[in-house]
Design a protein around this ligand. Sequence first.
Ligand SMILES: *Cc1c(COP(=O)(O)O)cnc(C)c1O
Length: 421
Amino acid sequence: MDIQTLALHEGYTKDTQGTMAVPIYQTTAYEFRDVEHAANLFSLKELGNIYTRLNNPTTDVFEKRFAALEGGAAALATSSGMSAIFYAIANAAAAGDNIICAKQLYGGTLTQTAHTLKRFGIESRFFNVHNPGEIENLIDTNTKVIFFESLTNPSIDVADIEAIVAIANKHNILTVVDNTVATPVLCQPLSWGVDIVVHSASKYTTGQGLAIGGILVERKNLLEKLQNNPRYAHFNEPDESYHGLIYTEVGLPPFTLRARLSLLRDLGAVVSPFNAWLFIQGMETLALRMQEHSKNALALAEFLESHPKVKKVNYPGLKSNVNYDMAQKYFKNGLSSGLLSFEVASLEEATKIVNATKLYSLVVNIGDSKSIITHPASTTHQQLSDEELKACGVPSGLIRISCGLESANDLIEDIKQALNA
Ligand SMILES: *Cc1c(COP(=O)(O)O)cnc(C)c1O
């Protein structure tokens, strides 16, 4: 079935009341039939609800539906995109291990990998997403994950998924891809051989800027890669904290199983049932919205490219863009998502334009139905010198826009008056 159909139906069988909308199961815990039932649930002889930190019927629909959209075997929802990323990495690596990440990353992911994981004894090594060849030299026997974004935020680059997966598979290393900006509507990394997809559900999934959440999806047949793989001994040896359970011998998708039974159980970054319900609502219109976000962004990018005050426009849907060929290869239906940036002559000029817009909100978020404008040099990248800004692809005259669902005409008119103000 197509994504649009799965997004409306997958994972939900109408409950006893026949409710069309998925109910919000707002509960902390669940009653067991008897002691034997409880024991069976804990030992996984029977699957079922135990406690909402581990599972919840509303969250379960969100997980099953999102897994279907990505073409995966199973999913695990979390309280934020950052916790989904942390769980994906911590499920593969431990102190003494290393991971290899693209340099072009979301700010929070960059600080998590470069700084916070280091405090847990996990080292991050970085490669340029435009040059996957750099990965090979960074790999050693303790490398546990290769991490990158399919469509990078905020630099708006498109990764060569196939090339990166080929290197990872040669060494039997897990690939983890953040697919937040592309969404499964544009790109399904698992279909290109990626092992794990992670998302911030706070962006296009909720779609209206309503809630923070994250999700991790595991591909089908990942068992084959993990079984007897010396890099992932912890999937093949008894887990003492779960009375000797061996994750590759349970008969369930092993990566999400371990993330749930050990990480979610002990670290507890669980999504609330209400937020999972909001994400279910958002998914119903995800495919439609991504078409409109992409159409608006392309129209705006084309207008900006023709404006004399604009030095450069970064949008993978433009033929002039370095990522155009990659976008054509990996993204479906000619869509390129709603994120674009453009460069004007100076910091002063950029400040004037951002302040003069009326329709765009000055906000550090993306994927909202309302259009958002940001000036990275004065906000997210404020601490950097002019030279450092240039090095990370953020010139002081750069303005980033997350195109919303207003009419393209109105979005263009507002930018036009701001550029001429
Ligand atoms: C926002 C974002 C995150 C972090 O997600 P939160 O839900 O805010 O924790 C991770 N990756 C990308 C690409 C993002 O845009």
